[in-house]
Ligand binder design. Sequence first.
Ligand SMILES: C[S@@+](CC[C@H](N)C(=O)[O-])C[C@H]1O[C@@H](n2cnc3c(N)ncnc32)[C@H](O)[C@@H]1O
Length: 262
Amino acid sequence: MTCDSYGDARLAAVYDALNPPGADTDFYLDLAGDTPLAILDMGCGTGWLATELARRGHRVIGADPAGAMLDIARARPGGERVNWVQSDAAHLDLATRFDLIVMTGHVFQVFLDDATTLTSLQSLRRHLKPGGRLAFETRNPAVLEWQDWTASQTQTEVVVSGKRVSVHYDVVDVAETIVTYETHFAFGPTDRNVSIGRVRFIDAARLGQLLIGAGFADLTWFGDWDRSALGAGSPEIIVVAGQARGRPQSRPAPRRQAAKAG
Ligand SMILES: C[S@@+](CC[C@H](N)C(=O)[O-])C[C@H]1O[C@@H](n2cnc3c(N)ncnc32)[C@H](O)[C@@H]1O
């Protein structure tokens, strides 16, 4: 049993096969645009997006606390174009300031409480240039997606380095906003591994309050990767945040129903 699958080299190696680039990747590539920017990919994982952004001419730093994920990122074709840094969001301390910080693949949901979330968001805000933006997503708690994280509904098989790996998820606990789930890996009949992950599900109103408390402003909300408006049944809560001028403001959080795509 391992605590999460990101710190273990053999489990990290399965990540790309389970998570190929998709509509979320296109969303973030479009957001970065064609004009070269300084971009931080926070929680970059195995580095697919960071490497692609660098290939398109952006100056990219990919940061992640998991050494096993960064090892894969460094070895990726084109990985030499990116500067890789081992750090979590809260403890990031770079001299560089960024036009755009992205946090993809639901990284935000690993911040399990308000204190960690605020510290992490404040740290990211400090790393933005004036006028810079932070963009990330979190799964909409109203959709109860974790109810589908059962063995029968998630069972899949991927091929990694020519070998079949069978994978499924299983939720083991739901305590208020925190969902604890297992990821079961079968590398062979007797070669199995189970890792435990915990994620927080937060609604848009609370997320807006935390962003504003951390010094962000001009929040633009989307409900899916096609940039559709955020609504009660949207699968994702996607936010693009600018910075408040001067001290962090306290402003009413957006109500999800009223939020609209910018
Ligand atoms: C689901 S993966 C997402 C990877 C990548 N962004 C993607 O879209 O494929 C989550 C990543 O968040 C990283 N992570 C875990 N805790 C973190 C923290 N406190 N701050 C930043 N990243 C963190 C993990 O190491 C892991 O690589």
